[in-house]
Write a new protein. Structure first.
Length: 98
């Protein structure tokens, strides 16, 4: 779930990514499932997100985790004195837990 959520956030600016994840938590937008999609149902919101198979979900735990991660990155940028409005997600990676 987190892999698909992270893939949906790639190349987004920070504000847009945070708004997207908050919309996922409110079930207003869905995260398309492309690779690990066995047993994932189809929904009309998947068409809006560009999912080819029409499969999408609203992974709450993954969205909350990534939202907290983005808030942490934003606060780190503020402490370093960076411009928060120009931040974007250039690289995001999810590893398997051991």
């Amino acid at each position: 779930n987190t892999r698909e959520s992270a893939l949906a956030l790639q190349k987004m600016d920070l504000k847009k990514a945070k708004d997207f994840l908050e919309a996922v938590l409110a079930h207003k937008r869905a995260i398309p499932f492309c690779r690990f999609n066995g047993g994932v149902g189809r929904t009309g919101q998947a068409k809006n997100e560009g999912a080819t198979g029409g499969q999408a979900r609203w992974p709450v735990k993954s969205a909350e985790f990534l939202l907290n991660l983005l808030r942490n990155a934003e606060s780190n940028a503020e402490v370093k004195g960076l411009d928060v409005d120009n931040l974007f997600i250039s690289h995001i990676q999810v590893n398997k837990a051991m």
